[in-house]
Design a protein around this ligand. Structure first.
Ligand SMILES: Cc1ncc(COP(=O)(O)O)c(C=O)c1O
Length: 453
């Protein structure tokens, strides 16, 4: 548990109960619709994680535009979650809605390439530098596909991931280290096909010694890494970590896969361009479709060459890579519209200073109260912790304070702010403004005052 010695647990429980009552009173419509949904949907929601929002039922949303959304009770929220990066461009970008309407009117799914795909490939190369591109429907799919390719090219069975990473619903990545350093299934993972210790090696983030020891076994096809961990809270790479990881992968004949699905918040070319990373394979999903499901993966030239014989095979349809609707014209048009109209340098020049202002506002409250909490920023994303910033995933997981998290989220929701679920993160879009940041600082200060005064 985090270092939150100054928080009185009884007071926290009492405040939480009051916020729950407020939540219910404010939202009769969401409550009624959630009750109806429970009659037909598993857990009352269309996707399992949707039960994880604070409150006794999920808020049902009516419409979303720019940096805001409105629920079925007519309450407006500033959206700092942005579909956990899926809507980092802001909701309902006109260029994207126009492009998908035009494309839908001309047909969506043919299993034939549309002209937008070439534009998309050129733009992805310009931003991220890899030579060849393929599309996928989700970042999960893209990760699955590149791992297959890496095993095929290297004839090695294993994948290496960092402890407490998240790369989507990828079986190999649901592995973690137990206190003795053994690879075990991540708690909560349902029905794994095989024990993940068979498929996966796991090392702590920022630990080059452990990485080298794991790669020295000679059985790792690919290292799958986010440039910074973002799914157990933000854990930044220490100086030299990326260079060391690149060198070790080359030395041990392991492919380096960089997953920029979240770290695109660093800039137009993600951390890859900003920090000079040199992945062999690259994955990006979520935001590149401007809200439409879409993902892409990139291959260095040598990887594309190594794959060429397999791609020419008659059996390519059963390669385990693909999907009938993958590369469909709607998703491809959405990517083109998104990358041609947003996520540009001028958009980041707006978003990143807002994230800095958000972090500064939170830090000023923490300092004024002398709390042992901290704030971390990664480009257009920022997050607060109830402890000093951790250097690896296990320390980050150990620092979680679920009761305090739940209260902070609920307090924010009742005052018109949606944070990213699972941790205390805010993401910025080009549609956010300084008033949104100021509202958050005020609401955060109010929560801290309620807890301490
Ligand atoms: C770094 C990273 N990669 C991949 C994914 C999977 O994305 P999706 O759920 O859209 O497949 C996620 C989802 O949170 C992610 O954070």
């Amino acid at each position: 548990m985090a270092v939150t010695t100054t928080i009185d647990r009884e007071r926290l429980a009492d405040l939480h109960r009051r916020e729950l009552d407020t939540f219910v009173e404010m939202r009769p419509e969401s409550s009624a619709r959630a009750a109806a949904a429970r009659e037909v949907l598993l857990g009352g929601v269309p996707m399992p994680w949707m039960t994880r929002w604070p409150g006794p039922f999920p808020i049902v949303f009516e419409s979303a535009n720019g940096a805001r959304f409105v629920d079925v009770d007519g309450i407006e929220y500033v959206d700092f979650c942005l579909g956990d990066t899926g809507a980092m461009t802001g909701h309902g970008l006109p260029q994207v809605t126009d492009a998908i309407a035009a494309r839908a009117a001309r047909g969506i799914t043919t299993m034939l390439p549309s002209d937008d795909a070439t534009w998309v490939g050129e733009e992805l190369t310009r931003r991220f530098g890899l030579a060849r591109w393929q599309l996928a429907m989700t970042a999960t799919d893209a990760n699955r596909f590149v791992l297959r390719f890496a095993r095929h090219i290297t004839s090695r069975p294993k994948v290496l991931v960092f402890d407490y990473c998240y790369h989507g619903t990828v079986d190999e990545a649901f592995a973690t280290l137990d206190p003795q350093g053994n690879v075990v299934a991540r708690a909560g993972n349902l029905g794994p096909a095989v024990d993940p210790s068979v498929t996966t090696r796991v090392v702590p983030f920022n630990d080059l010694g452990a990485l080298e020891a794991a790669l020295a076994h000679g059985d790792v096809a690919a290292v799958l890494a986010e440039p910074a961990l973002t799914n157990i809270g933000i854990v930044l790479p220490e100086p030299g970590f990326h260079q060391g990881m690149r060198e070790l992968c080359t030395q041990y004949g392991t492919l380096l896969v960089i997953d920029e699905t979240h770290t695109i918040c660093v800039g137009p070319g993600g951390a890859t361009a900003a920090w000079g990373l040199e992945p062999d394979m690259f994955v990006i999903g979520k935001t590149i479709g401007g809200g439409v499901p879409a993902a892409a993966y990139g291959l260095a030239a040598w990887v594309a060459e190594a794959l060429a014989p397999a791609l020419g095979s008659d059996a390519i349809d059963i390669s385990g890579v693909g999907g009938t609707l993958t590369g469909n014209a709607l998703a491809t048009a959405a990517i083109r519209a998104t990358l041609s109209s947003t996520l540009r340098p001028e958009d980041f020049a707006h978003m990143v200073p807002l994230a800095t202002a958000w972090a500064d506002g939170v830090a000023s409250v923490i300092e004024s109260r002398a709390l042992p909490w901290s704030v971390q920023q990664l480009g257009g994303r920022a997050e607060y912790w109830f402890c000093p910033a951790p250097r690896d995933g296990a320390r980050a997981a150990a620092a979680a304070d679920h009761d305090l998290d739940a209260f902070m989220h609920l307090w924010a929701l009742n005052r018109g702010i949606l944070l990213t679920p699972f941790h205390n993160m805010a993401l910025f879009s080009p549609a956010h403004g300084l008033a949104d940041v100021e509202l958050h600082t005020e609401v955060f200060a109010g929560a801290v005052a309620a807890l301490l005064d």
